[in-house]
Design a protein around this ligand. Sequence first.
Ligand SMILES: *[C@@H]1O[C@H](CO)[C@@H](O)[C@H](O)[C@H]1NC(C)=O
Ligand SMILES: *[C@@H]1O[C@H](CO)[C@@H](O)[C@H](O)[C@H]1NC(C)=O
Ligand SMILES: *[C@@H]1O[C@H](CO)[C@@H](O)[C@H](O)[C@H]1NC(C)=O
Ligand SMILES: *[C@@H]1O[C@H](CO)[C@@H](O)[C@H](O)[C@H]1NC(C)=O
Ligand SMILES: *[C@@H]1O[C@H](CO)[C@@H](O)[C@H](O)[C@H]1NC(C)=O
Length: 432
Amino acid sequence: MFAHYLQGRMGPKTPTFSRQTIFTVVVFFTLLIWSWQIFGSSTPRTRESSKPSAPIVDPLPPYVKPRYWSASHLGGLEGIKAFPKPDGLNKIVAIIFYGRPATVSILDCYLKRNLIKNGGMLDEVVWIVRTNDTSHKAYLDVLLAEEDAYTKWNVTFGENEDYRSAYDRVQNGTMYIKIDDDIVFMEDTVIPSIVDSKWKNPDYFIISANIMNQPSLSWVHWRLGAVRPYLPEIEPAPPSDVVPEELRVEWKASALPDWTSSDPEWIMSLEYISPYKKHRWLPVKYDTSNRSIDDTPIIFTDFNAFSEGLWKWTIAAQQHYSFFENLEKNELWRYKFSEWNYNYTRMGIQFVAMMGEDINMGKPIVERDDEYYFSEVMTQKTSRHGVVDGRSLVAHYSFKPQRDGIASTDILDRYRTFADENICIQPVRPIY
Ligand SMILES: *[C@@H]1O[C@H](CO)[C@@H](O)[C@H](O)[C@H]1NC(C)=O
Ligand SMILES: *[C@@H]1O[C@H](CO)[C@@H](O)[C@H](O)[C@H]1NC(C)=O
Ligand SMILES: *[C@@H]1O[C@H](CO)[C@@H](O)[C@H](O)[C@H]1NC(C)=O
Ligand SMILES: *[C@@H]1O[C@H](CO)[C@@H](O)[C@H](O)[C@H]1NC(C)=O
Ligand SMILES: *[C@@H]1O[C@H](CO)[C@@H](O)[C@H](O)[C@H]1NC(C)=O
């Protein structure tokens, strides 16, 4: 039930040691070591380790907010507290190509929640740096210093080598979950679900999560009725000089007024530019506006990896606001299906599971475009399909062509508020 999202509000867990007695500290660490011995610990871990992972932690540490196993008649994820790692699977490692602290600050909370010691399935999170920005690199170093299960792989990207050397250290027997650094929402079921799909279907080469804001799936979600009519707020006048930059933005769509326009001729353009920062989109109701979903950007998308859903931020914005509405109403089932088989055609790889031996099998990697390589080249070469596991959802913030437009809205603030309230063990680490 949605109430679960509201229950687990715990205070920030940043300990302040200044007032604590040494006795308290000793007891705390003794308990911590004791609980690690009882429940198993994922740290310290070395990459080369071939030891099987510790079992799922149960009960969860008290600082972890309640899990939410969202309804699924599509494969039995409902009602279970934990989803055990398949017997025989050595390790599960997330790989993140890092570049953007604004979204990573949110993703970090979801990754920590999915670590074994916090009741998840990830043994390790590997970060591969893809930025030259010194302050962005420093931000990652702080995350790495705080979390033992986070590792950095030093990868030097040579000229004309976009990503290939990044896979040099991939090991057979490990399952890799490649996650884009701008995934800003993950259902609790998503990693268990794609691990389960990949493990039970070794004949599939690559399994993707059900991704919100990914061109061909945008079309699927629209046709399933998950995308709602939303349009940018055109009245009242911009409050740009009264909205403080640090204002905490409420994530719930129910707090938004209905969309209206005093100009009955007003028409949405796909090239629309937000008139001020932290601009909102509003729900369109037929009886107050005479407009319907036919007047909104989503209708321009298509079942195609290069459709307008890739190029137009307005299509992404409508989907993000629809997502907040569906999330609040506990209606994420609207997005779901059991499986969508891409066969050998192009499938997005923003959140995918692959086995190490399947990545290693294709080496040396000769293609420059990893999405093309993994979803089209390797699937054909091995006669094994690329498939979307539609049972669990993640939200993808933006594609490069959508970036500036999406950044002119308050969408990222909404994801941050949601994560802070429902996911993060510690408050989202601010970007300095
Ligand atoms: C970082 O700098 C190197 C060397 O100047 C350059 O080749 C590379 O493209 C840059 N990477 C990014 C992500 O900007
Ligand atoms: C990675 O590179 C950094 C800086 O160049 C260096 O300090 C560190 O030791 C390297 N780590 C590994 C594991 O090679
Ligand atoms: C909707 O359109 C009808 C017919 O053109 C008109 O009578 C009505 O006032 C309109 N309602 C709104 C809210 O614009
Ligand atoms: C999948 O690809 C194979 C080989 O190209 C083709 O024969 C088959 O018809 C395709 N199936 C679908 C459902 O597109
Ligand atoms: C890993 O698996 C690939 C594909 O099966 C194989 O070619 C390679 O030799 C294996 N590597 C090791 C170190 O076993």
